[in-house]
Design a protein around this ligand. Sequence first.
Ligand code: DX5
Ligand code: ZN
Length: 226
Amino acid sequence: MKKNPIVAPSLLAADFTDLKSEMDMINRSEADWLHLDIMDGRFVPNISFGMMMVEAVSPLCNKVLDVHLMIEEPEKYVADFQKAGAEYITVHAEACKHLHRNIQQIHQLGIKAGVALNPHTPIQVLEHVVDDLDLVLIMSVNPGFGGQKFIFETLYKIRQLKEMLESRNSKALIEVDGGVGLQNAEKIMAAGADVLVAGSAVFKASDPESVIQSLKAIGNIPRYEV
Ligand code: DX5
Ligand code: ZN
């Protein structure tokens, strides 16, 4: 089946000293979403940026703002991220004691809700919430840092998830995050992904717009079986 990915460059790899130019590039490009990685130094061993960055970028960026919360107790902050401009908020299953409630809370804010799974977390944790989800984010590296190597095992997990979503008639999107680039995007899409997050592959490239364009064109080539 021919399908082009939703392409979501990750701001984490952008040049923070020149965000205006980076956002101009994103706006000119074929990117669909902008992915924002929020890290708290507790859930993950790194601190990135918070809602003030989302708020700063929001008026500069005309793409969908896709906020990935790698934080403990996300329920305390989701309303602030929505106010800052988030259109999708994704929480980690491993960080939520009350995942079902947290998903409801995001929906009550009038935006889309996603759940992220670390590489070791089985998709079965989604069994009783999957019907409520707009998105499932499959981590293909251990969260906390950009520029890591894609974990190959993830391809099987994407396939498993795709089967689960199909069997439940779910419309949730499968987003894949970590180590994604032109070298593996085709396989990731063939495994069942809908959204490709790419940080380093886009922002560290000499021609980021053409990388985005090539990622976007992935569905134009015949399906590749893994
Ligand atoms: C990792 C983040 C990713 C990161 C991806 O914890 O969730 O979104 O920005 O960066 P790359 O594409 O460089 O692996
Ligand atoms: Zn992310």
